[in-house]
Design a protein around this ligand. Structure first.
Ligand SMILES: Cc1cc2nc3c(=O)[nH]c(=O)nc-3n(C[C@H](O)[C@H](O)[C@H](O)COP(=O)(O)OP(=O)(O)OC[C@H]3O[C@@H](n4cnc5c(N)ncnc54)[C@H](O)[C@@H]3O)c2cc1C
Ligand code: FES
Ligand code: FES
Length: 409
C-alpha cells in the first residue's frame, strides 16, 4: 500500500489545490436562496430578520433566515424550536438519538450538493451560514416541480411526502417522538446513490433511536419510500450553496467566524488567541450541550479551501483535515478497504456527515477511531501555522492522554 498523507491542522496546512465547493449551477431568487424551490406556504418565524448584506443568514425551508447576533454557542435545534418549527425534537442533546435530525445541502465528493442528515442539537446555528437547511415542516416543498399530475397520482399522494405516507401505511410510528428525525434521515436515503442493500438501509437509520415502534415496520416503510424515490416521487435535488454571505455574527470579544482560506484563519487566531476551532462540531457540540461550556469565539474550518482538499497522488492520499467522513468514503470508493471499514463503524450517518479526521485526531481521545488505523497505515500529518509548516509522523503526534504536538500558535 502506498504512503498515506493526512493533512491535519490546528494552525493549518498549505496544500494549494482549489476547493471542491460547488458554487454554480442553480439560479437564485432575490432573497439569495436557490430559485428552484417553490416557496413554502407560510414564512417560518425567523430568529432575527435577515439583513444579508451585513449579517449572516441561511436558507431555512427555502427562505432566508438571519442568524443575527446569535451567541456562537446557540444550536440550530434551539433556533428551530424557538422559531416554532418543533418537528425536530430534543432527545439526548448529544448527537446520539437522531430525534433532532434535519437535512442540510452539502457538497459530495464530486462537489455536487446533496441532502445530508445532521443532528441539529449539536450543530452551532452560526455554522449554517450560507447553507440550505430543510426541516420536516419543509417537506411539502419536496414535490417534483412542475409535475402536479404526478404528485396527485396514486404512487405519490399529494397530502404527505412519500416517506410520511409509507410510515403511516406500515404503522411506523407510535408516540412519534423519533418520527420527524427518521423521516429526515430517510430523505437523505432517497437521495443517496450508494444505498443499495438492506444493510446500507439499517446503517442509514442506525443513528435514529426509536424506543416504542420497533424497527420492522419502519424498515418496511423505508423500503417502500425508497422504491417511490426511484420513480422520482418526492425527490428534489439539494440546491447549491446559497449566495447569502458567509459573514458571521461578531462581537468585540469573539463571535463565530467563517474564514475561507488559511491566511484568514491564522489572522483570526492572532486576533482571538482563545478562539476554538470547529470542523464538524460532533465533539465540540456536546461540550456545549452536555458540559455547558460557553465559547466566546468559534472559528469554523468547513469553508477553509485548503482543508477541504482531497486528492490522490501516485503514492499517497492527501486528505484535508476538514473533509467530512462521508465525503472521504465516497471519494475513496473502496480503494482503501480499511478506511472504509473504520468509517462504516464510526458513530452514525448523521455523525459521519459532519465528523472529520482532523477533529478526531485533535481531540487525542483514547477512544477515537482514526488514530489506530492511521498508525497502522503509517500516515504523516502536515501541521501548519502562520509561521510555517511541519510534517510529523502519526506516531509522533500524540504525547499523552489528550495531548498532542499541536502548538497554540
Ligand atoms: C453520537 C456520537 C458518536 C460518535 N462516534 C464516534 C466513533 O464511533 N468514533 C470516534 O472516533 N469518534 C466518535 N465520536 C466523536 C466525534 O464524532 C469524532 O471525534 C469526530 O471525528 C470529531 O470531528 P469533528 O470534525 O466533528 O470535530 P469538532 O467537534 O469540530 O472538533 C473537535 C476538537 O478538535 C479541534 N479541531 C477540529 N479540527 C481541527 C483541526 N483541523 N486542527 C486542530 N484542531 C481541530 C476542535 O477545536 C475541537 O477541540 C462520536 C461523537 C458523537 C456525538
Ligand atoms: S437530540 Fe438526540 S441526537 Fe439530537
Ligand atoms: S415512535 Fe416512539 S420513540 Fe419512536
Amino acid at each position: 500500500m502506498g504512503g498515506f498523507c493526512l493533512v491535519n491542522a490546528r494552525n493549518h496546512s498549505a496544500i494549494s489545490r482549489s476547493s471542491r465547493r460547488h458554487r454554480s449551477g442553480t439560479g437564485r431568487n432575490t432573497s439569495g436562496c436557490p430559485r428552484q424551490y417553490p416557496q413554502a406556504p407560510e414564512a417560518p418565524v425567523t430568529p432575527t430578520p435577515a439583513t444579508p448584506s451585513r449579517h449572516a443568514s441561511f436558507c431555512l425551508n427555502g427562505k432566508p433566515v438571519g442568524i443575527g447576533n446569535a451567541d456562537p454557542n446557540r444550536t440550530l435545534l434551539e433556533a428551530l424550536r424557538d422559531a416554532g418549527l418543533t418537528g425536530a425534537k430534543e432527545g439526548c442533546n448529544e448527537g446520539d438519538c437522531g430525534a433532532c435530525a434535519v437535512v442540510v445541502s452539502l457538497p459530495d465528493a464530486d462537489g455536487i450538493p446533496r441532502w445530508r442528515s445532521v443532528n441539529s442539537c449539536i450543530l452551532p446555528l452560526a455554522a449554517m451560514a450560507g447553507r440550505e437547511v430543510r426541516t420536516v415542516e419543509g417537506l411539502a416543498m419536496d414535490r417534483p416541480d412542475p409535475a402536479p399530475d404526478r404528485s396527485e397520482s396514486r404512487e405519490c399522494p399529494a397530502s404527505l411526502h412519500p416517506i410520511q405516507s409509507a410510515l403511516v401505511r406500515h404503522h411506523g410510528s407510535q408516540c412519534g417522538y423519533c418520527t420527524p428525525g427518521i423521516v429526515m434521515s430517510l430523505v437523505e436515503a432517497c437521495h443517496r446513490r450508494d444505498l443499495a442493500t438492506e444493510e446500507d438501509l439499517a446503517e442509514q437509520l442506525a443513528g435514529n433511536l426509536c424506543r416504542c415502534t420497533g424497527y420492522r415496520s419502519i424498515r418496511a416503510a423505508a423500503i417502500e419510500a425508497l422504491e417511490a424515490a426511484r420513480r422520482g416521487c418526492g425527490l428534489v435535488p439539494a440546491p447549491a450553496p446559497s449566495s447569502l454571505p458567509l459573514v458571521a455574527p461578531e462581537a468585540p470579544d469573539g463571535g463565530f467566524f467563517h474564514p475561507e482560506d488559511l491566511r484568514s484563519l491564522f489572522a483570526i487566531r492572532e486576533r482571538f488567541p482563545a478562539a476554538r476551532w470547529v470542523a464538524g462540531g460532533t465533539d465540540l457540540g456536546p461540550e456545549i450541550t452536555r458540559k455547558f461550556h460557553r465559547f466566546e469565539a468559534l472559528v469554523s474550518l468547513e469553508h477553509v479551501r485548503e482543508l477541504a482538499e482531497l486528492r490522490a497522488t501516485p503514492d499517497a492520499w492527501h486528505i484535508g483535515a476538514a473533509v467530512p467522513l462521508t465525503v472521504l468514503a465516497e471519494r475513496l470508493a473502496g480503494e482503501l478497504p480499511e478506511v472504509d471499514a473504520m468509517i462504516r463503524g464510526f458513530g452514525s450517518r448523521q455523525i459521519r456527515n459532519r465528523a472529520t479526521l482532523g477533529g478526531n485526531l485533535a481531540t487525542a481521545s483514547p477512544v477515537a477511531c482514526a488514530a489506530t488505523l492511521l498508525l497502522a497505515m503509517d500516515a504523516r500529518l502536515v501541521l501548519a501555522s502562520a509561521t510555517g509548516e511541519r510534517v510529523v509522523g502519526i506516531d509522533e503526534f500524540f504525547t499523552g492522554y489528550r495531548t498532542t504536538v499541536l502548538r497554540p500558535d
